[in-house]
Design a protein around this ligand. Structure first.
Ligand SMILES: [Zn+2]
Ligand SMILES: [Zn+2]
Length: 125
């Protein structure tokens, strides 16, 4: 493959990532304006110093679904946010239509771990 193709791909990927981060910052800023800086699960309060630990959770787990009234957002601390996604994954594992395909349990466990990263791994720094 020609090097210029790689460069082009790199640039496209970088731009897509930048656009996504921009969008995330955008809805995060809006959510933080809209809601009190308190975790919706454990009630922990946040201030300027630790506000970066307060994250925006999407109730329907669709990061592209950002209605202007904020109805799909929930402010959660890092820990509760992680728990929330963990619970979601466990629910999917338990009742998913592909539940019959359980040979190689560790492998599928690994796959779900990767999925968890995909769901929660958006950089919320
Ligand atoms: Zn919390
Ligand atoms: Zn979330």
């Amino acid at each position: 493959m020609a090097k210029s193709d790689n460069d082009k791909l790199d640039r496209v990927v970088a731009e897509a990532r930048r656009a996504r981060e921009q969008r995330e910052q955008d809805y995060r800023a809006r959510a933080l304006q809209m809601y009190p800086h308190v975790c919706g699960r454990c009630g922990r309060e946040f201030n300027r110093a630790n506000l970066h630990e307060l994250t925006v959770h999407h109730r329907d787990h669709d990061h592209d679904h950002n209605p202007a009234d904020g109805s799909n957002w929930e402010l959660l601390c890092l820990y509760c946010h992680d728990n929330e996604h963990q619970r979601q994954l466990e629910a999917q594992q338990g009742s998913g239509p592909a539940a019959g395909d359980t040979k190689g349990g560790t492998a599928s466990h690994k796959a779900f771990a990767g999925l968890k990263d995909l769901l929660s791994g958006k950089k919320e720094d």
